[in-house]
Design a protein around this ligand. Sequence first.
Ligand SMILES: Nc1ncnc2c1ncn2[C@@H]1O[C@H](COP(=O)(O)OP(=O)(O)OP(=O)(O)O)[C@@H](O)[C@H]1O
Ligand SMILES: [Mg+2]
Length: 197
Amino acid sequence: MAKIIVLANLKGGVAKSTSTNHFAHAAQANGLDSCIVDFDPNATLYSQGQRLELGVPVYRGNLEDIVKQLKEEIQHDYIFVDTPPNNGDVITRLCLVADEVIVPISPTGYDLDLLAHTTRLISEVEGIRNTALLSILITKYRLNLNSAKEALDKLGANMEKFPVLDNRIRLLDVYSKYQRPTKLDEYEDVLKELELI
Ligand SMILES: Nc1ncnc2c1ncn2[C@@H]1O[C@H](COP(=O)(O)OP(=O)(O)OP(=O)(O)O)[C@@H](O)[C@H]1O
Ligand SMILES: [Mg+2]
């Protein structure tokens, strides 16, 4: 059975697509047969896959039949799923078939209310499926930034509500280059923490 890992946050610009791309390449670099499925109508990753020589295949998500596409049609062991911002319906439907749901947050443009809104959607599905899905990944992390500190303090005070991963993704230029992902170690550490590799 393929593992389906969904990257989701109602908030835009938190590194969902960047993380999906890097996770898929990190898993592939560790010998796992991986791919990306892009459910964003803007198709950022899909068009990157068309224009760049990526190390993994990128498919467009089929909203008409998510279950059939992810469970039957796509033949890879690890499926990393990118989602659009501001679409709770797509997040919910993907959570119904996911093995892991990773919510990236960037503490620079931080919004605790929207995070709670995203995690509520996911915990509803966790309740229905009676399984834990959610992990929160801090991205674009800069240690010396006050806004980041403040955001992380708030998160820390809400640790029970928010299962935050220990490993973080730093704010680095290398992640924002329009190229095949090259720096994989931080994302590899997250996959190890999740016991996926
Ligand atoms: N760790 C990082 N360090 C520096 N820049 C980053 C990092 N992660 C992502 N970025 C940059 O931040 C911007 C937003 O990232 P990305 O497009 O992955 O977010 P998103 O959540 O998919 O956005 P959207 O909601 O619009 O789909 C991009 O320009 C990306 O290159
Ligand atoms: Mg995106």
